[in-house]
Design a binder for this molecule. Structure first.
Ligand SMILES: [Zn+2]
Length: 491
């Protein structure tokens, strides 16, 4: 077990809880968080950037006079624990002046527990040079394959969070969460075109709750020549057909983002209740939709699961001390479940499914996607699915996206596409885009690849809240087919 003991932090946490109680808090909790991150990027054969951060601090959340207060500090002394606890209670009292109703919390069993991410190779145990080698090998392989590429990049992130949570209800939970992410990309320029291919996912990185074995598993150097070739080939590829309706097959990494934007965000209960309207908030999945709304076709099953191995939303307990859980967001096409907090769950008479997470010690926990996954179907492999398709377009890896605040109308573009004719992947096409309306689009899903094509993707850069918090969310996905989709429409 490598979870820290947190001895001195626990003493300060107990002191803060006592102070909050004596100041009149009816509930309080304290979180200590130490976060260590290292990002590195190689660009065009040279080390472009190394960014290391190591932060430690604590925060107090308190309910007084029926409202929330919050305060945080990076000064770890008895006097500061007292001051921050008292400040959280003062903020709660001030908030109560404008409250609509008293906060009620769904019950949770307070436990004493520890949890840590299962890791095969601790990335922090490797030398910096060992980690960099992965990037240089991949970058070199891209440039050797296609010397005319404008820009090649390879990057990784290693991330570790040690957390202690104590509540006035008696919870005492320590966790060590570890993440590893990686990415390569190749950019080409010519004839007025600029094209990009990246791997394993788009733009940012693909990241998992895992050790360095995750970065090794994707074989960046082995895939580098193909990524380089495709980036160059896109410069002279035919433009994707414009303004047609056709069958579209999306790659798993695009299904991942489609799920994130059009299912993960609208099932956030704070959006649905109208309490999260900032930063593209609110949702079309309002309270009256729960349990009856036809979200997609009968084969569409979306799971909310914070126990999925490797998922960025996988942990032992959320930042309210609620244990990891599994359940459904969409079952057989019907919308059945929200991502909830203790407070929002109480409004519909349910228990929290544990989705409250804060971006470090200085931020208030808010409802975040854990792992929201499209479950596999029975369409076999990607090649089986293409062979089963007479006419359509296969689209791979996100390039651009836009979606309205309610998460209803969307447009996505991918980096690359291939026409499908008579069950065969034929000509490569560039700049593919598709548009849709969330329930119509998922309603047109008639095939999802099988478990062998399903893997857990992670986006480490989901923005939400004011001040904005960056969330790490997980999404299991497999390639899927959608019928009668509008393609190539520029809005
Ligand atoms: Zn997001």
């Amino acid at each position: 077990m490598t979870v820290p003991a947190f001895s001195s932090e626990r003493d300060l946490a107990r002191r803060a809880l006592d102070t909050a109680r004596s100041r009149g808090a009816t509930y309080s909790d304290v979180r200590f968080v130490r976060r260590q991150v290292e990002d590195a990027q190689v660009k065009n054969g040279a080390l472009e950037m190394v960014d290391r951060t190591d932060t430690l601090g604590f925060s107090v959340r308190a309910i007084a006079d029926g409202s929330w207060g919050f305060a945080a500090s990076s000064v770890l002394t008895n006097a500061e624990a007292d001051r921050i606890a008292a400040l959280a209670v003062d903020v709660a009292r001030a908030s109560a002046l404008t409250k609509i109703s008293d906060v009620r919390l769904a019950s949770v069993k307070p436990v004493t527990a520890t949890y840590e991410t299962a890791v095969e190779i601790d990335p922090w145990s490797l030398s910096f040079d060992d980690r960099l080698k992965l990037l240089f090998d991949a970058d070199t392989a891209m440039r050797a394959q296609q010397p005319k590429l404008r820009t090649t990049r390879a990057s990784y992130e290693i991330w570790r969070e040690d957390k202690l949570f104590l509540s006035s209800e008696g919870a005492d939970i320590a966790q060590r969460l570890t993440e590893t992410g990686c990415s390569i990309s190749a950019e080409s320029v010519g004839d007025g075109e600029q094209q990009i291919r990246s791997y394993p996912a788009s733009g940012g990185r693909n990241q998992n709750k895992a050790g360095w074995e995750f970065a090794q598993r994707w074989d960046l150097a082995g895939n580098a020549p193909r990524v380089a070739d495709e980036a160059m080939a896109l410069l002279t590829a035919t433009q994707c057909p414009q303004d047609i309706r056709t069958t579209v097959i999306l790659s798993a990494n695009q299904v991942m983002l489609q799920t994130h934007e059009s299912c993960g965000h609208p099932i956030e209960h704070d959006r649905a209740l109208g309490t999260e309207a900032a930063f593209a908030g609110t949702s079309f999945l309002t309270a009256d939709a729960l349990g009856s709304y036809r979200y997609g076709s009968e084969i569409v099953n979306m799971r909310i699961d914070s126990t999925t191995p490797g998922g960025l939303g996988t942990f032992g307990f959320d930042d309210e001390g609620v244990p990891a859980s599994e359940g459904w967001a969409v079952k057989d096409g019907t919308f059945v479940g929200y991502l909830m907090s203790r407070e929002t769950a109480a409004t519909i008479g349910r228990e929290s499914n544990g989705t409250m997470r804060a971006d470090g010690w200085s931020r208030l926990p808010i409802i975040r996607m854990t792992n929201v996954s499209l479950m596999p179907g029975n369409a076999g492999t990607l090649e089986d699915l293409i062979a089963d398709t007479d006419d359509g377009i296969y689209m791979d890896t996100n390039r651009s996206w836009s979606i309205d605040d309610k998460r209803f109308n969307f447009q996505f573009g991918t980096q690359i596409g291939w026409l499908i004719k008579g069950g065969k992947r034929t000509e490569m096409v560039r700049n593919p885009t598709y548009t849709g309306i969330t329930p119509e689009f998922w309603g047109s899903c008639d095939a999802i690849c099988s478990k062998s094509e399903w893997s857990v993707w992670g986006t480490p850069n989901c923005g939400k809240g004011q001040p904005v918090q960056s969330g790490h969310t997980g999404h299991g996905a497999a390639p899927a087919r959608f019928r009668n989709v509008r393609v190539g429409v520029v809005r």
